[in-house]
Design a protein around this ligand. Sequence first.
Ligand code: ATP
Ligand code: MG
Length: 382
Amino acid sequence: MKFVAEVLKLSKSATLRLEERRVLRQALIKHPFFPDLVDAYKLDKKFGEYEEGTLIVKTKNGYDLVRGYPKIRRALTLYPTIIKHFKEGNVVIEEKMNGYNVRVVHFGENIYAITRRGYICPYTTEKARNLIPFEFFKDNPDLMLCCEAVGEESPFVSKSVYGIKNLDFFVFDIRRRRTNEALSIKIKEKIAEEYSLNLSPILGVVDVKKAHEEVKSIVKELGKQEREGVVIKDEKMKKSPIKYTASQSNCSDLSYAFRFFNEYGKDFMFSRIVREAFQSFEFNESNDELNERCKRLGDAILKPMIESIREVSNGKKVVERNRLRFDSLEVFELFKKHVKKMGIEAEFSTPIEKNGKFVVYFDRIMMSTTDKIAAHLNGVLW
Ligand code: ATP
Ligand code: MG
C-alpha cells in the first residue's frame, strides 16, 4: 500500500480512502508465473490524470506505473465531426479490430499482459510471452505495446473473421507507459517492422477534408466482411483518435447484449440503436438498404433473446462458451483464480491434451439473465 501512495504522490490516508471508495484495488495473484512482481494495485475508476485500468506495481527492484488505455470517443456522424475534430492535415484510418484491449509491458525479466481494467491476465500473458520478442523491451524499457488480442481462442471476445485459430496480438498504439504519450504512426510502423510485430491494418492516409467519404466506403466494405470498423487518428498522435463502426458490428454487439440481456446495461443497447439511426441517415440509404438494416437490427435484438429463453425453459443456464488452449496446466489453474478475482462466474471443462497443449472450454455463466428468465417463466411479474 505504501508504494501506491508514493507512486501516486498521495498521503497514506488519502490512499487508504481511495481503497475504501473502491477506486483502488489489489490486483496481483502471487504466483511463480509472475516472478518479478511483489504486489500490484489498479485503478477501477479514473482518478485525476490517471485513467481507469492504471496499474501500480511493486517489483523486485522498485516501483512502477502503467497507465490505463484512454477512452476513444465515437463519431455518430462522419461529416462534419471528423473535420471539426481534426481540423486540417492528414488523418490515418486504421482498422478497429474486434478483440480485447491488452497492454503488453515488461517487469524485470518477463513480459506481462494487462487487460483493460488493469488485471494481469495469465492466459494473455502466456500467449504474449510466446509471440512478442523480449528484445523490444530490452531496447525500449519505458514503452508499452497497446494491442488488440484477437482470435478464436479468446477468453473474452472470440472471433473467427481474422483467420486466427488461437490468439494473436495486433499493435495499434505504442505509448510511454508512465505518461501515456503516444508515438507517431510513422515511428510505430518503423518499430513494428524492426521487431516483426503485427499492426492493426492501416487502411488509408487522407486529407481530413476527404476523410468522411473515405471512411464511409471503407466501413461499408468492412461491414460486409463482418469486421468491426475504424479508428481515425492524427498522424502525429497529438490529437485524440475517434472511432466509427459498421452496422453489422453494432448489430453483433446487440445480439450479444440481448442474449445476456440482464447482465448488460441498458445504455450499452440504447447507444447502439441510436448509432444505427444516424448512420442510416448519413448514408442516404435506398429503401432496400433501409429495410435490410431494419431486418438486421430486429434479428439482432429478438432472436438471441428468444434463444436464451428457450435454453432456460429447457432447464439449462445461459452461458457464453469459449475454447481456450494453455501451454501449461499451472497457468490454467492460475487463470481460474484470475477469473474468480474478476468476479466472473465460470465453469471449466477437464483439460484435454493435444500436441502438448491443453484445450479447455471456459463457460461464463450468465446467472442474472438465467434467474430473470426463470422467474418470468414461473409467473413472476416484471
Ligand atoms: P473506449 O473506452 O476506448 O471507447 P470500449 O471498451 O468502449 O473503449 P471499443 O468501443 O471497442 O471499446 O473501442 C475502443 C477499443 O478499440 C480500444 O480500447 C482498443 O482495444 C480497440 N481497438 C481496435 N483496433 C484499434 C485501433 N486500430 N486503434 C485503437 N484502438 C483499437
Ligand atoms: Mg472493442
